[in-house]
Design a protein around this ligand. Structure first.
Ligand SMILES: Cc1ncc(COP(=O)(O)O)c(C=O)c1O
Length: 344
């Protein structure tokens, strides 16, 4: 049996999601006439304490239309070079939105408020206009770390004092909610817009939702159409999203327990460096320099043992727990990963 720890995006829709698709009332969502999409958008907005929501195809699309809706071409976006938007979204903020990134490096996902304040330029005819601060919670490249609420509030306050909007890439904000006990709406309250994904740990086959005030969502809706993201009977996607929001959030706690267990097992394997104390949600990064293998070589060995992971070259491998990985799969994965590394 293959143990697939590549990502929580690998989860398949549940039986209830597939049933919900067959009974969902549908309409043409570009005309605003799909009742199931409307229901999901309203539900998402309510859960995060915002006025309105917008269903989009992916997290990448949700981040892009949010940035476009907050800005004009040539404006500047302050963000962590280790953020998903900067690192993994094919440069869409520059290529499509015409925005200028101003990278401010975080320490393991934690931006320093002083660094952010220093990066916000004062008005000057030579400069782009600083317009948006992007935050990410949980923070993917730091291993699913949770941005503490007090730090989040300080960062938002600095941005707002200087006239910037705050966009929160909350692809896994419900992982942060479940792990911390803090409602996602507490983080959302301080941000002007939030994107979260339905198709990661929540197990939907497709979809993300953007929430914000009504005017922002209308702008984002127009940009979604402009980039080809207007969908017709999208209730088939939204039906799964409704099931996810109603039934799939609390179970993320299991993924977190399994990730911790995995981290503890990997920490005992010679050649891998893993700090279980830093595993707060469903991701585990293992630093593998001491194995003497390249990331690609190690991924190949893992695959030979029937374990799929993803690489973060030059020296890290990422494992993500999700609904299809139970405790026994984690225990088996630890044995196979040990064999793969010891074959070195
Ligand atoms: C933090 C974060 N933001 C955004 C995304 C983008 O989501 P999608 O793959 O649906 O475009 C991801 C995907 O892994 C992510 O981890």
């Amino acid at each position: 049996m293959i143990i697939n720890l590549r990502s929580d995006t690998q989860t398949l829709p549940t039986e209830s999601m597939l049933r919900a698709i067959t009974s969902a009332p549908l309409g043409d969502d570009v005309f605003g006439e799909d009742p199931t999409v409307r229901k999901l958008e309203d539900m998402a907005a309510r859960m995060l304490g915002k006025e309105a929501g917008l269903l989009v195809v992916s997290g990448t699309m949700g981040n892009l239309v949010s940035l476009m809706a907050h800005s004009n071409r040539g404006d500047e976006v302050i963000l962590d070079p280790d953020s998903h938007i900067f690192y993994h979204e094919t440069g869409s903020l520059a290529a499509i939105a015409g925005l200028m990134p101003m990278p401010v490096r975080s320490r393991e996902g934690m931006l320093d408020p002083d660094d952010v304040a220093a990066a916000i330029r004062s008005p000057n005819v030579h400069y782009p206009r600083p317009r948006i601060l992007c935050l990410e919670n949980t923070h993917n490249r730091s291993g699913g770390r949770i941005l503490p609420l007090d730090l989040h509030k300080r960062l938002c306050a600095i941005a707002h004092e200087r006239g910037l909007k705050v966009h929160l890439d909350g692809a896994r904000i419900f992982n942060a909610q479940v792990a911390s006990g803090i409602p996602a709406s507490e983080w959302a309250r301080e941000a002007d817009s939030v994107m979260f994904c339905l198709s990661k740990g929540l197990s939907c086959p497709i979809g993300s939702v953007v929430v914000g005030d009504a005017e922002f969502i209308e702008r984002a809706r127009r940009f979604r159409k402009q980039i080809g993201g207007g969908m017709r009977q999208a209730g088939v996607i939204a039906a799964c999203g409704i099931v996810a929001l109603e039934t799939m959030i609390d179970r993320l706690a299991e993924d977190h327990i399994n990730a911790k267990l995995l981290a503890q097992g990997l920490a005992d394997i010679a050649g891998l460096k893993v700090d279980p104390d830093k595993v707060e949600t469903n991701m585990v990064y293992a630093e593998h320099s001491a194995t003497g293998l390249s990331t690609e070589e190690l991924l190949t060995r893992l695959k030979e043992q029937g374990v799929l992971a993803s690489g973060s070259p030059p020296n890290r491998i990422r494992f993500v727990t999700h609904r299809h990985i139970d405790r026994s799969a984690v225990e088996e994965a630890i044995c196979r990963i040990k064999r793969a590394v010891e074959g070195a």
